[in-house]
Design a binder for this molecule. Sequence first.
Ligand code: 17E
Ligand code: FE2
Length: 433
Amino acid sequence: MAKQIFQNLLLDGTRLCDMTVEDGIITELSPAGSTPAGPETNAAQNVAENAAANVAAPAAEIHDLRGKLTLPGIVESHVHLDTTMTEGDPHPNESGTLFEGIEIWSERKKKLTAADVKERARRAIRQQVRFGVQYIRSHVDITDPNLTALRALIELREELKDIVTLQLVAFPQEGIESFPHGRELLKKAAELGADAIGAIPHYEFTREYSVSSLNYAFDLAQEYDLLMDVHCDEIDDEASRGLETLATRAFEAGVGEKVTASHTTAMHSYNNAYFVRLLRLLQMSGINFVSNPMVNTHLQGRVDTYPKRRGVTRVKELTAAGINVSFGQDDIVDPWNPLGTGSLRDVTLIGLYVTQMMGAAQIDNSYRFITYNGARTLNLQNYDIAPGNPANFIVLDADSWREALAFHAPVLESYRNGHLIYEASAPQRLWHF
Ligand code: 17E
Ligand code: FE2
């Protein structure tokens, strides 16, 4: 696979391009039609013909992408691959609350083995790849004296590195200060090879623990030079204010682009006077946000009567203020989301509705929540369909993002370093009327 030419790919929803790839790296983007035409049917045959004709240019595989929408690999910026596919075990979450989910998981966690974690995570990743995902940030619960899930997913990160980029966050589900040896477990996770450090300030026993847990996690991330991604204020309590501590530490250390606040659902309930004050700090800090609109519309507002809060963070206002926000699914078939599929199209759709980002430009730009914005959250380098970058991209059965979003266009092909990692044929549909 030395040289490949991908023809007629629709970039940015507007530009029809040809793309040259050498040894898995994009070397050139040019207007469609500017690269030599080849038989559309068979790339292998084309290579053979080029070789037989002994043409001057090196033989190239030619792929016609037929003017279909091409995007860089989708970024899942927040999922839990240790808990995936455990829904109903030991029992379903009947209250639909975060807290019941944590209790159920705490039971299930006792049965973890490396083989169990890897088998379920692989199944979830296959679903994600089906929907175009190539980059995944997974939280992994490290409030387990054996760190079974983390060890297993570190192995899987290596085993699947040619298929997906897997980032692992050491996530203290049951607390840093409020769980036995929580601090030591988090440190051990950093030593074992986690990519990022997490925290859960709204779950700690006290406000003081909430602040000290964030300081401990922040210092640890600095010491090990790791990214940070905190489950931050995932509660309908307007007094939950871990975010201000996290953003202040990030601002003062000048590391905002490496720090992420996930969920921040309490921000939905903050009074506007406080929010306006906070927004200035958030802008100054440069931290990233991940919203999980599907799961948080399900989990939040559960102790409200009516009216019921939506409990999704202020995506519209943060975005308008120039702050980076990406979307995640959070859960695929586990105690917090029985119906997660791995499709970030579903998440984006719900996100647009629930945050009322339904203006024309907001809809047309919404792919950014699960592509470029996600890449920024994950601190990815070389993410884009551009010369010099790895040929990591997907082809959707649609002529525009709006069409893909509205009509749930399937992913037809997914390429990673120029290698086809997934393909599906466009469904044939017949209407008998
Ligand atoms: N754990 C947590 O604290 N919050 C969540 N949304 C999930 C797990 C899914
Ligand atoms: Fe989460």
